[in-house]
Design a protein around this ligand. Sequence first.
Ligand code: 5GP
Length: 202
Amino acid sequence: MNKGSVFIISGPSGSGKDTLLVELFKKFPEISFSISSITRQMRENEKEGEKYHFISKAEFEKMIENNELLEYNRYVGNYYGTPEKPVVSAVESGRDVMIEVDVNGAAQIRKKLPDAVSIFIMPPSFSELERRLSGRGTESREAIDKRMNAALDEIKRAEEYDYIVVNRDIPAAVDDIISIIKTCRLQLGRQKHIIDEVLKKC
Ligand code: 5GP
């Protein structure tokens, strides 16, 4: 059986990656989503176990100690990390996995999994990013400023990614992500078994 592929998706807070992922999973429900463990407070619209496992700092530090994380990072004062086991078991069972991480997490994953395909979601402009972040109404002015600073640092590192998708328009950006996934699935490494199958019948 072919192994699944690992897709890394990053983009500044407010780039719209969550909305893009919701739309993507409607069309590709077979892709496994990596649920991160994080120590920030749960927002009102969030549910435990949907996108994140909300855990304490002590629990997170135990995971670090036990080497349970594929990567982790501190972002605006909180820990965010990707548990390794679910990613490995999905890939081994032939399922593609989507991991949403920040740029530091993406760099750590690339070192461990050099075949991972990375996608950076770019906002159409910095001012549009600020408008989206302020419009969410979920964070204080101070938290928004911290996220804007983090966004600037992330955009400066977009060159580290295999693909850039500009999120001007949701359906078009989702189509771009789908094209990347389809291209990856068509690569030789994923299709070698087909050569054998055709040759067997010659
Ligand atoms: P938020 O607090 O807005 O949900 O996420 C803040 C940032 O953390 C986003 O850039 C998001 O991509 C990133 N993030 C989410 N999960 C992880 C993770 O498991 N590891 C790392 N390194 N970053 C993550």
